[in-house]
Design a protein around this ligand. Structure first.
Ligand code: TTP
Ligand code: MG
Length: 362
C-alpha cells in the first residue's frame, strides 16, 4: 500500500449520562447514589433502570435492570447504614438537549463526526497526524465538555471504530485510553469475548461451552471454522478479534428538510419581484432552521410552478455545509434563474409559485 495515510479515530462516551445530567442540575444530589428510570413504586414498579451513577453501581445497580431489583439493592444498602438510592424519572427532552450541545462541542474539534447514540460519538481525527497530537485534541474535547457542560466523558483513541469504542470503555469514568495500530491486537487478546461488538450473551454462552472466554482463546479458530460456526458473523469476528475494522465514520444527516413556498397573487416573470420573494422565503427557511435546532444545510432545492401548473424542482448539494441566508439566496437564485429565461422556460410561461427547501441539516 502506497501513500495510504494513517487513520485515527476517537470514540467519545459520556459517563453515566442521564444520571450525570441530573446530578449536575441538582446539587443536593451530589455524592448520593442515583438511578434514573421507571418509578420503583416502593419495590412494586415494573420498568427498568435507564442508568445509574457510579455510587449506585457500587450497590450492583446497572442499566436495564428491573427497577424492583434496584429497589431491593437500595433497601439492602440502607439496612447496612448506607444512603439509599434516589430514584428519578427520565427527562428525555433534557438529555437530548444536552446531547446536542455535546455533539456541537465535538464538531468544533473534528471535521467528520458520527453520532452513534445519545451520549456517544465517533470523531475522525486523522488530520492530527499522530497519536500524540490526537491525544492532545481529545484532552481539549474533554476539557471543553467539562467547562461548558460540567460533565465528564471517556475517550478511546484507536486506528478504527472498533478499537476506539472498546478503548473508551476501558477507563471509565473520565478516562482516556490510547491504543495504537500496532498495539491493537495485543490490547484485545486479554479481553473477554463479550467486548467484541456482535458477541452478546447468547454467543458468549455458546463460546464458553467450547472453553472460549477471552479474545485470545477465540484466535485458535481459523476463518473457515468461525464461518462454519457462525456464518457471515464468523468472518467478521475473525477480523475484529485481530483488531481489523474498516467501517467508515459516517456523518448522520437528519433525513429532515425544511421548506417554504409561495403562490403569487399574479403569475409573473418579473425577475426583481421573484428575486424579492425568493429572498423572503430564504429568510423564513433560515429562521425555521435555527428554531428547530439546526445550524447548517448542505442541500438546496427550489421549486418553480408555471401558470399552467407544470412544476419543476432543481436540487444542488454543496461540497461543504452552509449556514447563512446569503448562501441560501445565492444557491437558490442560481437554480431558479433558468426558469425565468429560455434555458428552462423556452415558451416564457409566467411563474405562479416558487419554493425553497433545505436538506441534509446539521
Ligand atoms: P451508556 O453510555 O451505555 O451508559 P452511561 O452513559 O449511563 O454510563 P457509562 O459511564 O458506562 O457510559 O448509555 C447512555 C445513556 O443511554 C444512559 O445514560 C441511559 C441510556 N440507556 C438506557 O436508557 N438504557 C440502557 O439499557 C442503556 C445501556 C443506556
Ligand atoms: Mg455513556
Amino acid at each position: 500500500m502506497i501513500g495510504r495515510s494513517m487513520r485515527i479515530v476517537a470514540h467519545i462516551d459520556m459517563d453515566a449520562f442521564f444520571a450525570a445530567v441530573e446530578e449536575r442540575d441538582t446539587p443536593r444530589f451530589g455524592g448520593l447514589p442515583l438511578a434514573v428510570g421507571a418509578d420503583p413504586e416502593g419495590g412494586k414498579g415494573r420498568g427498568v433502570v435507564s442508568t445509574a451513577n457510579y455510587k449506585a453501581r457500587e450497590y450492583g445497580i446497572h442499566s436495564a435492570m428491573p427497577i424492583s431489583t434496584a429497589w431491593r439493592l437500595s433497601e439492602a444498602a440502607r439496612r447496612q447504614g448506607k444512603p439509599p438510592v434516589l430514584f428519578l424519572s427520565v427527562d428525555m427532552k433534557k438529555y437530548a438537549e444536552v446531547s446536542q450541545r455535546v455533539m456541537a462541542i465535538i464538531r468544533g474539534f473534528a471535521p467528520v463526526v458520527e453520532e452513534a447514540g445519545i451520549d456517544e460519538a465517533y470523531a475522525d481525527l486523522s488530520f492530527a497526524g499522530s497519536y500524540e497530537k490526537t491525544e492532545a485534541v481529545c484532552r481539549d474535547i474533554k476539557q471543553a465538555i467539562r467547562d461548558r457542560e460540567r460533565l465528564t466523558a471517556s475517550v478511546g483513541i484507536g486506528p478504527n471504530k472498533l478499537i476506539a469504542k472498546i478503548a473508551s470503555n476501558e477507563k471509565k469514568p473520565d478516562g482516556l485510553t490510547v491504543v495504537r495500530e500496532q498495539e491493537a491486537e495485543a490490547f484485545l487478546e486479554p479481553l473477554p469475548v463479550r467486548k467484541i461488538p456482535g458477541i452478546g450473551p447468547k454467543t458468549e454462552a455458546e463460546l464458553a461451552k467450547q472453553g472460549v472466554r477471552l479474545v485470545r482463546d477465540l484466535k485458535r479458530f481459523s476463518r473457515e471454522e468461525l464461518q462454519e460456526w457462525f456464518g457471515k458473523r464468523g468472518a467478521e469476528f475473525y477480523e475484529m478479534i485481530r483488531g481489523q475494522d474498516d467501517t467508515p465514520i459516517q456523518e448522520n444527516y437528519e433525513p429532515k428538510s425544511i421548506g417554504e413556498e409561495e403562490t403569487f397573487d399574479q403569475d409573473t416573470l418579473d425577475a426583481i419581484f421573484i428575486g424579492d420573494r425568493l429572498k423572503d422565503l430564504c429568510q423564513e427557511v433560515m429562521q425555521r432552521l435555527s428554531a428547530e435546532g439546526f445550524r447548517q444545510f448542505r442541500t438546496v432545492v427550489v421549486k418553480a410552478r408555471f401558470a399552467d401548473f407544470e412544476t419543476h424542482t432543481r436540487t444542488h448539494t454543496l461540497p461543504q455545509p452552509a449556514d447563512s441566508v446569503a448562501a441560501l439566496e445565492l444557491e437558490t437564485w442560481k437554480l431558479l434563474l433558468p426558469f425565468l429565461d429560455r434555458r428552462e422556460n423556452p415558451k416564457r410561461k409566467p411563474i405562479r409559485l416558487i419554493g425553497v427547501r433545505v436538506e441534509k441539516l446539521q
